[in-house]
Write a protein that binds this ligand. Structure first.
Ligand SMILES: [Zn+2]
Length: 330
C-alpha cells in the first residue's frame, strides 16, 4: 500500500460541501494517469479512463466528504454551539479534538445530563476564546469543523483514523484507476463524490451526468466482530472485500452482485457478503438515476464508524482494490 498517499487523502480537511482539498489531493495523484479529469458544479471530481469502444460505461463512486459540526452560536464565555453535518453521534465527539478549515483547533465538551441520550445540541467547543466576540473573530457562524486528522497503525495489518469513511474508499478508487491496464474495453468514470453524508447528493447529480450502464459505490461498512453489537451484521475485519447485498439506500442489482462474486472467485480475491440493516451509500443514488441503473457496492469493513477511531484492515483494502479492478476490466 502507498501509505503516504493514503495519509494525504485521510488527513485532508473536507466536511460535506467543502471537499476541495480532498479533490486537490486526488487530482494530484491521478494527474497524467487518466484521459480526462474535471470537477462538476457540486464539486465532485470525475476522472475518466476511456475504453476501446467495445465495453460498457461504468461509474464508480467513493465519497470525499467527512461528517462534521457547523457553528450555530457562541456564548459569552466563548464556547461554540454546533449542529451536525451528517451522522454525528454526540457521545462519540465528547473530549475529541476538532479542527476548522482556517486551522483553528478546538476540544469538545458536553453539558452534563442526568438522563437521556446526549444530543449534538448538548455539545460545546472550546477553541480557547474567552468571550463571544473573541470566538466569533476566530470562526464564523456556519464554519465547519471535523475530527482532527491522525493516522495510527494498529498491529501488523490495521489502521485507525478519522475520515476513514470514506477516504479509504477514495484511496481504493485511486489505486484501482492507477493500476488499470493501458487498453481496457470499458469507459471508466471514477467519481469522487461530495455530500454523501447528507444524503448521497453528489452521486445523484454525477450519475445523471455520467449516465452509466453500471454503477459501483465504494464505501465502508459496519462490522459485527466487536463485543456487544447492537445490530447484528455478518461482516468482519480481515475476511476480505464486502460485496453489498443491501442497505437502507438500495437493494443491489442481483446481476451485479453475482458478477462481483464470480470475479472474486475467479481471481482468488477474499470476499464476504454484506447485509446492512442500516445506512446508505452512493450506489443508492446511482441506481435511481434517469430510468434506473444496475448498481452494487464494494465495501471496506470498518470498525467504530463515525468516530475518530474508524479502523480498517489493510488486507481488506487490498482485496477491495483487486475486486474493483476486476469489475472495471470485466
Ligand atoms: Zn461513507
Amino acid at each position: 500500500m502507498n501509505m503516504q498517499l493514503l495519509e494525504n487523502i485521510l488527513t485532508a480537511y473536507g466536511p460535506s460541501g467543502h471537499e476541495g482539498r480532498v479533490a486537490d489531493t486526488i487530482r494530484e495523484a491521478l494527474k497524467g494517469h487518466v484521459d480526462e479529469m474535471y470537477t462538476d458544479v457540486m464539486g465532485s471530481l470525475i476522472a475518466v479512463k476511456k475504453g476501446d469502444g467495445t465495453g460498457r460505461r461504468i461509474m464508480t463512486s467513493a465519497h470525499m466528504d467527512h461528517i462534521g459540526l457547523a457553528v450555530v452560536d457562541a456564548d459569552k464565555h466563548g464556547f461554540l454551539r454546533v449542529c451536525n453535518v451528517g451522522g454525528i453521534r454526540a457521545a462519540k465527539m465528547v473530549s475529541g479534538h476538532v479542527v476548522f478549515e482556517n486551522g483553528v483547533h478546538g476540544v469538545v465538551g458536553a453539558d452534563e445530563k442526568v438522563k437521556g441520550d446526549l444530543q449534538v445540541s448538548d455539545l460545546y467547543i472550546d477553541i480557547g476564546a474567552e468571550t463571544k466576540e473573541e470566538a466569533l473573530s476566530m470562526v464564523s457562524l456556519g464554519d465547519m469543523c471535523v475530527m482532527a486528522p491522525r493516522m495510527t497503525k494498529l498491529g501488523e495489518n490495521r489502521i485507525a483514523s478519522p475520515a476513514m469513511d470514506d477516504r479509504i474508499a477514495c484511496y481504493v478508487q485511486v489505486q484501482a484507476v492507477l493500476e488499470l491496464p493501458e487498453n481496457i474495453k470499458n469507459d471508466v468514470y471514477a467519481v469522487f463524490s461530495v455530500q454523501e453524508e447528507v444524503g448521497l447528493r453528489g452521486a445523484m447529480t454525477a450519475a445523471y451526468h455520467v449516465n452509466p450502464d453500471m454503477g459501483i459505490a465504494v464505501d465502508v461498512t459496519g462490522v459485527g466482530d466487536v463485543p456487544k453489537v447492537a445490530t447484528k451484521v455478518p461482516v468482519a475485519l480481515g475476511r476480505g472485500a464486502a460485496i453489498k447485498i443491501m442497505d437502507r439506500s438500495l437493494l443491489c442489482t442481483p446481476g451485479v452482485v453475482a458478477m462481483m462474486e464470480t470475479l472474486a472467485e475467479e481471481n482468488g480475491i477474499a470476499y464476504q457478503r454484506e447485509v446492512l440493516p442500516y445506512g446508505g451509500t452512493d450506489a443508492g443514488a446511482i441506481q435511481k438515476t434517469r430510468t434506473g441503473v444496475a448498481a452494487g457496492a464494494i465495501s471496506i469493513p470498518c470498525r467504530f464508524i463515525h468516530s475518530e477511531a474508524e479502523t480498517v484492515d489493510k488486507r481488506d483494502v487490498q482485496a477491495c482494490i483487486d475486486l474493483l479492478k476486476a469489475c472495471l476490466t470485466a
